[in-house]
Design a binder for this molecule. Structure first.
Ligand SMILES: Cc1ncc(COP(=O)(O)O)c(C=O)c1O
Length: 447
C-alpha cells in the first residue's frame, strides 16, 4: 500500500514536473525531516549526508527556526523591501556585516536564491569598476540564472539550447590539488595554474577591462575540490595589481560548512564581495551579497531588488540560524567532527584501492572513487553503486562530478550518527571492492 504512495508521487512528478529541474538519484519521497534524519512516506528513516544540497547546515526543522518562522508569519508574512522597511531585515543586515570576513565597512543586499546573488555580484563588480569582463573557473557551478549559468562550466546540459549566454565571460582552470590541468594525473604548481590567466592578460583579455574573478574557494559541485596551497593568495595579489575585484561564491561552503563562518577565512585573502545562500535561512528561500560599502554604493535602485526579497519570515529564520551557529558553538564543532571523519576516511584511503582521495574542510568532504590510484581514473559507476547501497541501508549520499561522494551532513549530526553512517559507507566500499554491488543498475542516475 505505502509502496504505491511512493510510486504515485514519482509518477505524478514524471507527468507534471519538468525534467530540467531534478537530477535523478533515488525513489525517495520525504515526509519529514529532523536534525540529520529524514523519514520517507513509508516511515523508513535515513541519515542525511546531503543536507538538502548543503542548505540545512543547522539541521532539519530546529525548534528555534520553526518558532521564529511561526512567530513572524503571524505578525507579517511580507512587505517588500523595495519600498518600505522592516526590523528583521535591518537586524539581519547588521549581523551579516559583522560576521562576514573583511576588515572594511560593508553593506548587504538580499535575494531569493544563490543564483541571483551571483548575478548581483557580477552587476556590482561591473558597476563599481566600470569594466565589462568576468572570469570564473572551469568546472564551476554558480547557479541557474543567465548570469550564473554563464559563469558556470560544469555541465553542457545547463548551457545547451539556451544560448546565447552573456557576453564578456572567460574561464581559467581551477587549481585542483588532486589532479592536474587538461587530464594530467598530478596537480600543477601555483605558477602553472596561474599561467593561463597570465597568458590571457598578455594576449586577448586586457586585465584593466576585467571587473572581477568569481571564485568558489573549495569547488562544490565540481567535485568538492581543494585548491593548491598559495594559489588564491597569489591570485589575490595579481587582482590587486590590476584593480580586479575578488567575488567569492560562498553559497555552498559558507555558513559554517567548512568549520569557519565563511570559507574565505581558510585563506589569506580579502574578498570584495561574498555571496551566501542555501543554509543562510535554515532552508527558507534567501540569499545575500555582502560587499565592500564603496562597491555596493556603485549601483542605484532598482538595479538589484526583488519584490519578495528579504522576506521577514526568511530574515527571522536567518537570525535564528545565526543564533544556533553561535549558541551551540556549531562552527567549532563542525571543525572537530570534520577532522574526526577525515581521519577515519584517510585510513580507508590506504586500506581500499578505490578510495583515491579524501579532501575538504569541516563537514564538506569529498571522497574520490577511482579505478586506479596512480592514474586517478574516475570510477563514476562504482561511486553510484556505493551511493545506492547506502540508500538501501538508510544513508542518503550522492556522487558528484562523476566519481566523488559528497559527504556534507547537517552540522548538527551527532557523533553517533556519524559513526553509523561511516559503518554503512565502509560496507558499501567493501562491497564494491569485492564485486558484490553489481546488481545495482546505475545508468541514468546522477549528474
Ligand atoms: C557554489 C554554488 N553557487 C551557487 C549555487 C546556486 O544556488 P541556488 O541553487 O540556490 O540558486 C549553488 C547551488 O548548488 C552552488 O553550489
Amino acid at each position: 500500500m505505502q509502496e504505491d504512495k511512493v510510486q504515485k508521487v514519482i509518477e505524478h512528478d514524471k507527468k507534471y514536473f519538468a525534467k530540467a529541474g531534478r537530477i535523478p538519484y533515488y525513489p525517495l519521497v520525504i515526509e519529514s525531516a529532523h536534525g540529520a534524519t529524514l523519514t520517507d512516506v513509508n516511515g523508513k528513516s535515513y541519515i542525511d549526508l546531503l543536507s538538502s544540497a548543503s542548505s540545512q547546515n543547522v539541521g532539519h526543522t530546529p525548534k528555534k527556526i520553526v518558532e521564529a518562522i511561526k512567530k513572524q508569519a503571524e505578525k507579517m508574512v511580507h512587505y517588500t523591501p523595495a519600498y518600505m522597511h522592516h526590523e528583521p531585515l535591518s537586524k539581519l543586515a547588521e549581523r551579516l556585516c559583522q560576521l562576514s570576513p573583511g576588515s572594511f565597512e560593508k553593506q548587504v543586499l538580499f535575494g531569493l536564491t544563490g543564483s541571483d546573488a551571483v548575478d548581483g555580484m557580477i552587476k556590482f563588480a561591473r558597476g563599481f569598476t566600470g569594466r565589462p569582463y568576468v572570469i570564473s573557473f572551469t568546472n564551476a557551478y554558480h547557479g541557474s540564472t543567465y548570469g550564473s549559468i554563464t559563469a558556470s562550466t560544469i555541465s553542457l546540459n545547463m548551457r545547451r539550447k539556451i544560448g546565447p549566454l552573456l557576453p564578456g565571460f572567460f574561464h581559467i582552470p581551477y587549481p585542483d590539488a588532486y589532479r592536474g590541468m587538461y587530464g594530467a594525473s598530478n596537480a600543477n604548481t601555483v605558477d602553472e595554474y596561474l599561467a593561463p590567466l597570465k597568458e590571457m592578460f598578455e594576449t586577448y583579455v586586457p586585465a584593466e577591462e576585467v571587473a572581477c574573478i568569481l571564485i568558489e574557494t573549495f569547488q562544490g559541485d565540481g567535485g568538492l575540490l581543494e585548491p593548491v596551497k598559495g594559489y588564491f593568495e597569489a591570485l589575490s595579489e595579481l587582482c590587486k595589481e590590476h584593480g580586479i575585484l575578488l567575488a567569492v561564491d560562498d553559497i555552498q561552503q559558507g555558513f559554517g560548512r567548512t568549520g569557519k563562518f565563511s570559507s574565505v577565512e581558510h585563506f589569506d585573502i580579502e574578498a570584495d564581495l561574498i555571496a551566501y545562500g542555501k543554509s543562510i535561512a535554515g532552508g527558507m528561500p534567501m540569499s545575500a551579497i555582502v560587499g565592500r560599502k564603496e562597491v555596493m554604493d556603485a549601483l542605484d535602485a532598482p538595479a538589484h531588488l526583488f519584490t519578495t526579497g528579504a522576506n521577514p519570515v526568511c530574515c527571522e529564520a536567518a537570525l535564528a540560524t545565526i543564533d544556533i551557529l553561535e549558541e551551540d558553538n556549531l562552527i567549532a564543532e563542525t571543525a572537530r567532527k570534520g577532522q574526526r571523519v577525515k581521519e577515519q576516511l584517510q585510513q580507508w584511503q590506504t586500506k581500499y584501492d578505490c578510495v583515491g582521495d579524501v579532501r575538504g574542510e569541516g563537514l564538506s568532504i569529498g571522497i574520490d572513487i577511482v579505478t586506479d590510484k596512480r592514474n586517478k581514473t574516475k570510477d563514476a559507476e562504482a561511486a553510484l553503486k556505493i551511493c545506492n547501497y547506502c540508500f538501501d541501508h538508510g544513508v542518503v549520499i550522492i556522487a558528484i562530478a562523476g566519481s566523488v561522494l559528497r559527504f556534507q551532513p547537517p552540522l548538527v549530526i551527532t557523533d553517533d550518527e556519524l559513526d553509523q553512517a561511516l559503518t554503512i559507507l565502509e560496507s558499501a566500499i567493501q562491497g564494491v571492492e569485492n564485486g558484490e554491488l553489481d546488481t545495482y543498475q546505475v545508468e541514468g542516475q546522477g549528474w
